[in-house]
Design a protein around this ligand. Sequence first.
Ligand SMILES: [Fe+2]
Length: 398
Amino acid sequence: MRPFEYHNPVRIVFGAGAFKRLGDAAAAIGAHALVVSYADEPELTKIVQRGVQQLADSGLRVTPFFQVQPNPEVQMVQRGVQAARDNGVDCVIGIGGGSVMDTAKAIAAGVEYRGGDLWNMVNSRHDRQQVVPPETALPTLMVPTLAATGSEMNNCAVLSHRERGEKSYIWSDCLFPRTAILDPRLTYTLPRLQTACGGVDTISHVMEIYLNGQDQTDLLHAWQEGLMRTVIENLPTALADPRDRQAREELMWCATCAINGWASPGDPWTPMHQIGHVLTARHQVNHATSLALVMPAWMDFFKTAKPERYFRFARRVMHVDPHRRTREQIIDEGLEAFRQFIEQAGLPTRLSQVGIARDQLDPILEDVRRISFNARGQLASNPPVTEQQLMTILEKAL
Ligand SMILES: [Fe+2]
């Protein structure tokens, strides 16, 4: 295993009914909360209203900021920072999915930011010299209503910049939430597509590391396989019966554990996400769909470079029967089963299905190169990916 340091201070309150503890948990971090949520989500509005009532019952003042859109833009975050400053809040509470939680984090850091334009906080970018990471932030509390991004238990946020056409990361230890309340019941009313997207995003967070990270680590690979397998087994159940409590519990805890650092110590790379972010920024496909479009092609390209890993994936995650099959056939069946899993969940797996054609690949490649390639002209991964290889992967994805 690679050497690593690990630190995660987030207090987790997990379980069906845990949402009732919002008031007490919030009172422990502040007295006046900016409550961050989406602009237009009718089902979520009921949950947010319950949350606001609990906060009031616990004696907190509440300033609402219900302006979040998917793929939150830095300009919107700036409005949230202004609302937080104008009203003198002392904590930020996010109730919603990844976009809400990332916005809440960015606002909390933005209120105390002294580095100029908020976009200067973004770490992952080609003009790295301009980065001024945030060092302090208001305390935050997260209530995820979707099992997906894992933002509730990590120190990252993803922001977009419309004029630049970029979507990228802030990370800083000041972004760790103080508390996350994980109540699987809050996911019972999710639309089917959002449930599916959450499951696929969760798998991608683990798969990134499983396929593209370090090689010598039995425990991590077993942990990663268990996370992916649990999502693959429980997502169809949740899609068939949205109120299946156990399936919702499994999906929610998997999403958190997939990207809180436990599955990835020593492995900082998420190359498939780098491609996905460009697809989202350029073609407005949602986050999970962007990954569904990249993963099968990426796997098909690298299966011969890392046959042992792909063999393990086919056997231990996709349960391919090895009887009378060559190793190559087992690997291919595993990849095909994974593609079918994504499609049965309702997401496309080919760029052509979302209207992206061959003549649109060059700008995609150019953006990945500009935003995410390292000084050696490669996309960091194991093995690293060259420009030419990336084009081959994109062509496979058509
Ligand atoms: Fe993701």
